[in-house]
Design a protein around this ligand. Structure first.
Ligand code: ARG
Length: 272
């Protein structure tokens, strides 16, 4: 399949002040103060270099005191010059909101706020499926269920809500990744049975690439798909072969320092 002629734009934020300073998801438990800053920087630079082979990377200026600002997937959901800006569930991350807002305003986006009282964590919980022209939206931990009709209107695109049930997979992008050509990489056990049935009704069996618990814990679903490249923390041989059968080229790049905070490749990027 030919790569899209127009290079995508990806927002990233250097990990100058990255660390595990608080606990807001199960991965962070027992990791406070244990992220290695030098290794994190190296891993982030490797990821950036890989992304830059396929897309243009824009940078957000990091800020002390906001250790999770590196996870730009949570800035908002950008689509066609508009951005639905995030409203974080946990106070620990709310200080990021004005920085993300400022970045989008400076770069000419029309900023749309989620309805009053609702939480929304951006592209961490809203993933575009280009083959089906719809957004899959996660709820259950960070983003609110009541957002679906609002997003559908704001984005003028069909929205399919999915309920997350495993606290380790608290954002949709930790366990679900639509790929080009209509393929779907996902961890079925992270969803309730109704959501699993919804996925199976929309995505044909030969397009579904389910992963097991060990693969999911490696953050293999937290992948950045650019053309046929699938950039991720790690993929075991079985998964590499399955993705290769579907004509994808797996590009592993270790992101273990960021996994201590509960994020990997996809969380560290935002498609603009
Ligand atoms: N520590 C961050 C949090 O819990 C990690 C965010 C990961 N981002 C993502 N898109 N899954 O909010």
């Amino acid at each position: 399949m030919p790569e899209t002629p127009c290079r995508k734009k990806i927002l990233m934020c250097p990990p100058d002040f990255f660390g595990v300073d608080y606990v807001i998801n199960p991965w962070m438990e027992g990791q406070r103060g244990l992220a290695d800053a030098a290794e994190a920087r190296g891993q982030w630079l490797d990821l950036k270099a890989r992304v830059e082979r396929h897309a243009d990377v824009l940078l957000l200026t990091p800020r002390p005191g906001l250790p999770d600002l590196v996870f730009t997937a949570n800035a908002g959901l950008a689509s066609g010059g508009n951005v639905v800006i995030s409203r974080f569930r946990y106070p620990e991350r709310r200080g990021e909101e004005p920085l993300f807002r400022d970045w989008f305003e400076t770069h000419g986006y029309r900023v749309i706020d989620p309805p009053a009282g609702l939480f929304f964590e951006g592209a961490g919980d809203a993933l575009y499926d280009a083959a089906r022209e719809l957004f899959w939206v996660g709820r259950g931990f960070r983003s609110d269920a009541e957002l679906a009709p609002f997003l559908e209107k704001a984005l003028d695109t069909r929205v399919v809500p999915l309920r997350l049930t495993d606290p380790r997979f608290y954002h949709l992008d930790t366990c679900f990744c639509p790929l080009p050509g209509g393929f779907l990489l996902y961890f079925p056990e992270a969803f309730d049975s109704a959501s699993r049935a919804t996925i199976e009704a929309i995505v044909a069996d030969d397009k579904r690439i389910p992963v097991n618990g060990a693969e999911a814990e490696d953050f293999c679903c937290n992948a950045v798909a650019l053309g046929q490249a699938v950039i991720l923390n790690a993929a075991m041989p079985r998964l590499r072969d399955r993705l290769a059968q579907a004509a994808f080229v797996v590009e592993p790049t270790p992101l273990t320092q960021f996994m201590k905070a509960g994020g990997a490749a996809k969380c560290l990027t935002l498609e603009l």
